[in-house]
Design a binder for this molecule. Structure first.
Ligand code: CA
Length: 228
């Protein structure tokens, strides 16, 4: 059975999560500060880590950064409700997913199953011939994982790339935030999707603002689209 590390300084939450996960058959270890959590995460091969962001000693974000230098253990962040920038920073630092406190245990269990499944069977990259999408002078090369505007390279994070890919692969079709969250965070994504607005802002700053084009259109109350 999968082995899970819970790094959480709020004893009540940690205990509750431990009981529920044990009940589901997971093997659970706990750490109550960032330093202890990082040591365990580096010294033990966990299948998944639940990582609180606000931790004593070393913050959850710093634990994640240091962990990612050495290991790709799946990480689900536990974040505060309004901490949208934390979520984005966490995803960019290599977290697989996040869940907002307080959470329903069923939702946490579902997220854990998705993260474990995705890690066990990483998406196979099909060997298709060079696969490039273009719109408004922007080229997204799927195989090379590169984006250029009129030949000039644009540095995107993996999540920004996946969102842009979802938009460019479906020209003129409005994508809901949920659909974009699924594209960026993994299949059957469930839960809130307000980080998508932050990613769209980042994409606009890196592409639209920098190159003076209007690539991504907001459709109020629905989502986003790239029109050709
Ligand atoms: Ca905390």
């Amino acid at each position: 059975m999968a082995r899970i590390l819970v790094v959480e300084d709020e004893a009540k939450i940690a205990r509750f999560v431990e009981l529920e996960l044990s009940h589901e058959g997971y093997e659970v270890d706990k750490a109550e500060d960032g330093r202890a959590g990082l040591e365990l995460a580096l010294s033990t091969d966990y299948d998944l880590i639940l990582l609180d962001i606000m931790l004593p000693q070393i913050s959850g974000m710093e634990v994640l950064r240091r962990l990612r230098r050495e290991k790709d253990t799946p990480v689900i962040l536990l974040t505060a409700r309004d901490a949208v920038m934390d979520k984005v920073a966490g995803l960019d630092a290599g977290a697989d997913d996040y869940i907002t406190k307080p959470f329903a245990i069923e939702e946490l269990l579902a997220r854990i199953r998705v993260a474990l499944k995705r890690h066990a069977a990483p998406a196979t990259s099909a060997a298709i011939a060079t696969n490039a999408l273009t719109a408004h002078g922007v080229t997204l090369d799927v195989d090379r994982h590169e984006v250029t505007v009129e030949g000039a390279p644009v540095e995107l994070t993996n999540r920004e790339f996946e969102i842009l890919h979802a938009l460019m692969a479906n020209p003129n079709i409005v994508q809901t935030r949920e659909a974009l969250a699924s594209a960026a965070l993994g299949y059957d994504y469930i839960g809130e999707s307000n980080v998508i607005d932050v990613y769209i802002r980042q994409l606009r700053s890196k592409i639209d603002d920098r190159f003076g084009i209007k690539l991504i259109t907001t459709v109020r109350g629905v989502g986003y689209v790239i029109r050709d």
